[in-house]
Ligand binder design. Structure first.
Ligand code: NAD
Length: 516
């Protein structure tokens, strides 16, 4: 651990979370092992090495799968509300570790401390939600057409749920999946992003405490800290009943095809290209707050980040001028310092993609009204800090159709709401969308069948963020998956229809007679 890391008080956080200078990245319970190569986790905040993790190798993989298979046999027999009790205890532990885990998320991923703490709060919220759902895993009962018969549907656990996650929500997405998967009676294996391995080790440490305190078998919650090759193995493995994949559309496309090839189930949570429509009837103050937070929060690295503003021509200049003014006041720097608004991108590859997108946009005709720039000098030594920028564009530009995971905001002008909705929908992705308006007719049209084609459609709230309770996910190239709320527990179970005959005869279907 370098001396600088100590300066941010991170040393104590790592100690509290059980993270050492050198860690092993495979665990099926209390024990850790790992036979793969070592990866080093550098903070995008200051460029310093935080700690090393030995990744999972091929031999670890089979051990984890076998342990999970055995654990499932036991775990599925525990009544659902009792499994809910395990999840309740995880929620309690997360309350206890909230400050440390939130700080680690901020330091390893680069989002602001407030957002790091918010991410852990989402974990707590999904645990609370899942505890309630654990008493409501219900099916329908229907009337049979045959006398003396009862027919109903019930749900059974699937088995092993593989969870592959992206770097930008390094802890919450794991909990969204695991909390529901567990109450449904499944066991989980997590392949986190190799860009945030320490967050995964910390979560597994917390979960291991819960498993130990309840004397539960190893293999209910496992982690494989590894690169994409182990992810690919999990995707191709017939023993894994469901793959919940969160990441880019590029990788999700392959994951989807490969899981389908073996008739596995998948939940896909892929890229977004989210827009806010700002109408002539919008509250402009609210619109500016929603747009700026949505575009620069997490340095534009949320799947729900606002990437496009579709603005009515009558308020276009006002919105544009106020945005330029607001961007002029943004403070960019260490995300652990609450006075900063924008932290770093995850790594220098992401910085290169930001620069490439700006170059490409300019070539296509984008007019930058707030220029982008890679920041250098004191406080920016990691090379990951960039200036949020704004460009006036046409929606048809190739770069506008593409999700660039950086704070680049595109402005597009419209005349009629029908035109604005058409522009909003005219991208390959379909995650989050919003309209800012005080006009009921506009709001209802936006939410109607002729409105937004996204999985999330908001009125007078921006595109970014989501609340546990509602199903989260998107359409088209966002993958169609849903997580975290509502009735999504059904994705983690298999449905079975049962018919019971309580008579002394066996009437055959379709009037068929069979004299024996
Ligand atoms: P990524 O696609 O590069 O990686 C995601 C995960 O997939 C990582 O764990 C990686 O190791 C793994 N992986 C890579 N290749 C694989 C393969 N061939 N087989 C199996 N696993 C493989 O994404 P990222 O850069 O970490 O995250 C950013 C992307 O995630 C953005 O597109 C963002 O919109 C998306 N995202 C979507 C949601 C959502 O809910 N819709 C949430 C968060 C992030």
């Amino acid at each position: 651990m370098s001396k600088k890391v100590k300066d941010f008080g991170i040393e104590k956080t790592l100690k509290n979370l059980g993270i050492k200078d050198e860690n092993k990245g495979t665990s099926t319970g209390g024990k850790y092992f790992a036979s793969g190569k070592t990866i080093e986790s550098y903070s995008p905040v200051d460029g310093n090495l935080i700690a090393k993790v030995k990744t999972s190798g091929e031999s670890d993989y089979d051990k984890v799968l076998e342990t999970a298979q055995n654990a499932f046999k036991e775990f599925r027999l525990i009544p659902a509300p009792k499994r809910g009790e395990i999840v309740r205890q995880l929620g309690q532990k997360l309350r206890q570790y909230k400050n440390d885990l939130g700080k680690l998320v901020s330091y390893e991923m680069g989002k602001s401390l407030q957002e790091g703490l918010g991410e852990v709060q989402e974990m707590i919220d999904i645990c609370d939600f899942a505890v309630g759902v654990s008493r409501q895993l219900h099916g329908y009962t229907m009337h049979s057409e045959r006398p003396g018969h009862r027919m109903y549907e019930q749900y059974h656990p699937l088995g092993i749920v593989g969870i592959i996650t992206a770097f930008n929500f390094p802890v919450a997405v794991w909990s969204w999946n695991t909390a529901l998967a567990w109450i449904c009676g499944n066991v989980t294996i997590w392949k986190p992003s190799e860009k945030t391995p320490l967050c995964a080790v910390a979560c597994q440490n917390i979960m291991n405490e819960v498993l130990k305190e309840n004397n539960l078998p190893e293999g209910i919650s496992s982690v494989l800290v590894a690169d994409h090759e182990i992810g690919q193995k999990l995707v191709d493995d017939k023993r894994v009943a469901l793959i919940s994949f969160t990441g880019s559309t590029r990788v999700g496309r392959m994951v989807s095809a490969n899981v389908a090839q073996r008739f596995g189930k998948s939940i896909l949570e892929l890229g977004g290209n989210n827009a806010i429509i700002i109408s002539q009837d919008a509250d402009i103050n609210m619109s500016i707050i929603g747009a700026v937070f949505g575009a620069v929060g997490t340095a534009g690295q949320r799947c729900t980040s606002t990437r496009r503003l579709i603005i009515h021509e009558s308020v276009y200049d006002e919105v544009k001028n106020r945005l330029v003014k607001a961007y002029g006041q943004l403070k960019i720097g260490n995300p652990l310092d609450e006075s900063n608004h924008v932290g770093p991108l995850i790594d220098t590859d992401a910085v290169n993609m930001y620069q490439e997108a700006i170059k490409k946009g300019k070539k296509e005709g984008a007019k930058f009204i707030v220029e982008g720039e890679v920041l250098k000098g004191k406080g920016y030594e990691s090379g990951c800090y960039v200036k949020p920028c704004i460009a006036e564009v046409k929606n048809s530009y190739e770069i506008v159709q593409h999700e660039t995971f950086a704070p680049i905001l595109y402005l597009i002008k419209y005349k009629t709401l029908e035109e604005a909705i058409a522009i909003q929908n005219d991208v390959p992705q379909g995650l989050s969308s919003a309209i800012m308006t005080q006009n009921l007719r506009e709001a209802e049209l936006f939410l109607s069948h002729a409105g937004s084609d996204c999985g999330i459609a908001n009125v007078n709230i921006g595109t970014s963020g989501a609340e546990i309770g509602g199903a989260f996910g998107g359409e088209k190239e966002t993958g169609g998956g849903r997580e975290s709320g509502s009735d999504v527990w059904k994705y983690y179970m298999r449905r079975q229809t049962n018919t019971i005959n309580y008579t002394a005869s066996l009437p055959l279907a379709q009037g068929i007679k069979f004299d024996l």
